[in-house]
Write a protein that binds this ligand. Sequence first.
Ligand SMILES: [Mg+2]
Length: 347
Amino acid sequence: MHRQKNSPGALTELSLIRQIRSASLRTPQPRAGARNLVLGIGDDCAILRPPPNHELLVTTDLSLEDRHFRRDLHPPESVGHRALARGLSDLAAMGARPLAAFLSLALPAEMLRTRAGRAWIKRFFAGLQALARLSGAPLAGGDTSESPCDLILADIVLVGSAPAGRALRRSTARPGDLLYVTGSLGGSAAELAAMQAHPSENHPARTVVNNTAHPHLYPHPRLPVGQALLRRRLANAAIDLSDGLSTDLAHLCRESRVGAQIDATALPLHPLAARAARPLDLALHGGEDYELLFAAPAATRVPRTIAGVPIARIGAIVRGSAITLIDSAGRNHPLKPGGWEHFTKKH
Ligand SMILES: [Mg+2]
């Protein structure tokens, strides 16, 4: 970051790092996470110690203002929460346990110099830290820079671990497997649509994430479910639903070289989606639900709930490459990836 003359109280890069560090130190980390983080923020590198006989899993996700969030629509707590949730959901999809999170943040110069800007940053970290604490993913480093434009950019890197050779993949579904999803679908798109319809309403700036009332603002990455699928050897393959069921199912099928049949009547609708005009469209194509989609052998007894999360059987993997939706009258329709377009600003 360029050193510039700052008004009193302005954040320099160093003071921002200090602030993050002290926030991070104040955040009591779950034991399991802390054991694996040998050294966090403050040195040139973080030091991680993966559990014996585990492999490291790394994922990175960009959150760009006006692409993934809007400052005039999303509370800062939600922006922080969602930035971390996207990466955690990728770890969940592979059955991994988080070891550490790294955040690189580019902030408009004006935000660093104004009281309102500094308040935004503080609230962003509160949202991020609340989910980090809940998930056992300590913030272990990162970088900050002044953004060359008036846009915020947050890049999250997550490092997790899974027993060697056991991480769940997209490419290992087999014909005859049954398909399941966690939780419910369409809620995020339904909540976002309602927010866009009423942009002036105040949206909740909550850091408590244990509720399902705000699937768009505060999604729940399904880490305990993913870890249970791996530990209990329930799934042949898995993916998280970030772009929407139709798109993510197509990814899984392509990687596994299989087709699928989905039963439209079996899709678990989020209550917000069920009340919307086109619930099925939201469930199939609405993105950012951050649920897990997994394939399990037909002979496997998959419980109705895993780690407290309802599991719904929604279809099956078939030979070939066709992905078919069966409607309530038993008719077959080709299911095309109709993925959610990530959020773009409407002027
Ligand atoms: Mg993913």
